[in-house]
Ligand binder design. Structure first.
Ligand SMILES: [Zn+2]
Length: 234
C-alpha cells in the first residue's frame, strides 16, 4: 500500500486538507536565522477526535522545528501578530476517486494558496490498514491506534505545509516532500523518512528570506495543485 504525493491541477482527495494562509511577517530579517518563524494553524476539523488532532499537531510541529518554523495551533480568538497563518480544512469523507491524501493550490504565478486541504477520511483509512511495529492497528490499544493515525495525518499535513513554506509544488525523490510514502512509513514511530533533502533545505533558506517581503496578492485565475495521494500499490 503506497501513498503518493503528486502535483496535479486541481484538488486534493481522500484525506483532509489544511489550508495555509500567509498573514503577515513582522519579524526583522536580521533575526530570521535565529528566531523560529511562527506558523499558526487554524484547524477546521471538529469531527476529528481530539487525541488524533493532538498527535497530528505534535508530529507536524516536531517535523518542522529543525528548520526554524514553530508550527502550532492558533490561539482561539487570538490575534496573529506575526508569522504565517495556515488554515487547515479536513475532509472527513472517504472519497472513492483515487489515492490522494492532501492538497494545496498554487496560482499560475506560483503563489501557494493559504489553504491546505487534508482528506482525513482517506488518511485515517490508509493508516488503519497499515501495520505499526508489526501489529495491525485494529489490534492496538485505542491510544496507540490514535497515535498512529495522528502521525500519518501530521506527516501529510507537514508535507502540504512544506509546499507552502517552500513555495513549490515540486516533489523530490526523497524526504518529506517526496511524491510517495507507504502507509507503514506514515504511521511508523520512526520519522526518519520525513526530513527535508539538502536541496529543499537550501531552497527553504532562500525562500525564508524572501518571505519577509510583502506577499503579492494573487490574481491568477488558473491554478496548479500539489496533491497528496494514497494508493494501494499491491
Ligand atoms: Zn505534494
Amino acid at each position: 500500500m503506497d501513498t503518493q504525493f503528486q502535483r496535479r491541477s486541481s484538488r486534493l482527495r481522500r484525506f483532509f486538507g489544511f489550508a495555509v494562509a500567509a498573514v503577515s511577517w513582522a519579524v526583522g530579517s536580521a533575526s530570521a536565522a535565529a528566531q523560529p518563524v511562527p506558523v499558526h494553524l487554524t484547524i477546521d476539523a471538529a469531527s476529528v477526535p481530539a487525541p488524533i488532532q493532538q498527535a497530528a499537531l505534535a508530529e507536524v510541529s516536531r517535523l518542522w522545528a529543525p528548520y526554524g518554523f514553530d508550527v502550532g495551533p492558533d490561539v482561539p480568538g487570538g490575534t496573529i501578530r506575526s508569522g504565517i497563518a495556515i488554515r487547515i480544512v479536513c475532509d472527513m469523507q472517504r472519497h472513492d476517486r483515487g489515492d490522494e491524501l492532501g492538497e494545496i493550490q498554487f496560482d499560475a504565478d506560483g503563489t501557494p494558496s493559504p489553504t491546505v486541504t487534508i482528506l482525513y477520511g482517506a488518511v485515517a483509512h490508509l493508516a488503519q490498514g497499515a501495520e505499526v511495529l508489526g501489529t495491525n492497528p485494529a489490534e492496538l490499544p485505542v491510544r496507540a491506534r490514535d497515535g498512529a493515525i495522528g502521525r500519518a495525518v501530521g506527516r501529510v499535513l507537514a508535507h502540504e505545509i512544506g509546499h507552502f513554506l517552500l513555495r513549490s509544488p515540486h516533489h523530490p525523490d526523497s524526504g518529506l516532500m517526496r511524491a510517495r510514502f507507504d502507509a507503514a512509513a506514515l504511521t511508523s514511530p520512526d520519522a526518519g523518512l520525513f526530513q527535508l533533502t539538502r536541496t529543499d533545505r537550501d531552497r527553504l533558506e532562500i525562500v525564508r528570506r524572501a518571505l519577509y517581503a510583502p506577499t503579492p496578492a494573487s490574481t491568477a485565475e488558473t491554478a496548479v495543485a500539489a496533491r497528496t495521494r494514497g494508493s494501494q500499490a499491491r
